[in-house]
Design a protein around this ligand. Structure first.
Ligand code: 25A
Ligand code: L14
Length: 342
């Protein structure tokens, strides 16, 4: 269906948050065909105004009645709010794209990275909800999809180096305050994280489960299997918070069924959707968090064959966790919706 001349009513639930703000930026950068843009947050944000394309829009309190006339509702207000309000939005006729983990593993709800399994969007019709995957999972699968299609990945071993922005605005402020306190020779305080994050690495993201892994680690396992539609793929993860503001980095090791050389992998990834190959290490060119901030592409580099096994490969994958990891992926899903379904 042509989207020419058609405009859509979009709500952003959690508009005052770190991800909500990025959703507004992405809608503007992509010139999304908007009729109405409705900004929703909690009661304490009522009275705030956010600027969109030079125009001020007042924030409204989100209630069950907030979604009348809305075509697409982009949710990033935390899992509890999604569980409570997303069904109301769907019942009002909106298609919900939800950033929280609330619905991701629900078999009736598609979990989508457009470059990887865009076809799954069609399943939104059952419940009116589409789930946006976890940030660390999204960027890893954007990089691995072309390799999986051609060489079939049997096992993934991943370690992450995750930015504080994933936790939200309060965590960004906590890292900043600790750095300033250090420079002023004052005591560093922490509230958001269980330990000091400045000048430190925390091997804990989200809470611990009975198996000794964190929820974040198990999200990478379970969401990868669902998105790749491959319940047999082996995935094991160690997720680590590092003192970086924007951009998650990942050391990814894969074992494939068919041999893939480093040169073949580079050739494949050079033209892969959503990927920018940055792999000239002797020239000092490799993906770095400070370079990916604000960018839409997932950067891949440091591609090397792993000679410790028959068919092994190492990659370094970096992306803006607030953009491809959240806001951009959600808006891309909305773009497919208006192009093919609405
Ligand atoms: O942090 P929360 O509670 O999840 O809130 C995030 C957004 O949801 C809104 C909230 O509006 C904010 O826009 N929200 C919360 N309760 C709501 C309700 N009942 C609600 N919307 C509707 N109905 P707000 O007006 O409450 O928030 C304004 C600012 O205050 C910060 N904040 C929110 N709750 C807070 C809080 N500060 C202290 N204590 C609280 N309990 C809020 O912080 C906003 O700046 P933030 O911007 O840092 O929130 C980011 C959220 O996004 C999640 N996140 C990050 N990456 C991802 C992600 N979620 C999914 N996928 C990702 N890739 C973070 O985990 C964080 O929850
Ligand atoms: O499941 O970096 O989308 O704190 C996103 C933010 C998990 C935690 C999710 C972080 C969350 C993550």
């Amino acid at each position: 269906m042509s989207t020419e001349n058609r405009k859509f009513n979009v709500a952003v639930a959690g508009a005052t948050g770190a991800v909500g703000g990025a959703m507004l930026d992405v809608l503007a950068r992509k010139n999304f065909p908007l009729n109405e843009l409705r900004l929703l947050a909690s009661a304490r944000s009522v009275g705030k105004k956010l600027t969109f394309r030079g125009e001020e829009i007042a924030v409204q309190e989100m209630t069950e009645d907030s979604f009348k006339g809305i075509d697409i509702a982009l949710f990033s207000a935390g899992g509890d709010r999604s569980l409570r309000f997303a069904p109301a939005a769907a019942a009002a006729g909106a298609v919900v794209v939800d950033n929280s983990s609330a619905f991701r593993m629900d078999p009736e709800i598609p979990l989508v990275v457009p470059e990887v399994n865009g076809h799954a969007i069609a399943q939104y019709k059952k419940r009116g909800i589409i789930a946006n995957p976890n940030c660390s999972t999204i960027q890893m699968l954007v990089a691995l999809k072309p390799l999986h299609d051609k060489y079939r990945i049997k096992r993934i071993v991943v370690s992450t180096y995750q930015a504080v922005s994933g936790t939200g605005a309060k965590a960004i402020e906590e890292l900043r305050a600790q750095i300033l306190a250090y420079a002023a020779d004052e005591k560093m305080v922490h509230k958001v994280y269980p330990h000091q994050i400045a000048f430190n690495c925390l091997p804990q993201i989200d809470s611990f489960l009975d198996n000794g892994y964190t929820k974040e680690e198990m999200k990478m396992v379970n969401e990868t299997r669902k998105i790749f539609e491959d319940p047999t793929i082996g995935v094991t993860a160690t997720t680590v918070r590092v003192p970086v503001f924007y951009g998650h980095s990942e050391a990814v090791n894969i074992e494939t069924e068919r041999k893939v050389t480093a040169a073949e992998a580079k050739a494949l990834l050079r033209n892969a959707p959503g990927v920018e190959l940055v792999d000239e290490p002797t020239l000092g060119r490799y993906p770095m968090a400070i370079d990916c901030a604000g960018r839409f592409e997932t950067m891949v580099g440091r591609i090397r064959e792993d000679d410790s096994i028959a068919n092994g490969l190492n990659l370094w994958v970096v992306s803006d966790n607030i953009l491809k990891g959240a806001a951009l992926n959600a808006v891309q899903i909305a773009e497919v919706l208006i192009r093919d379904y609405l």
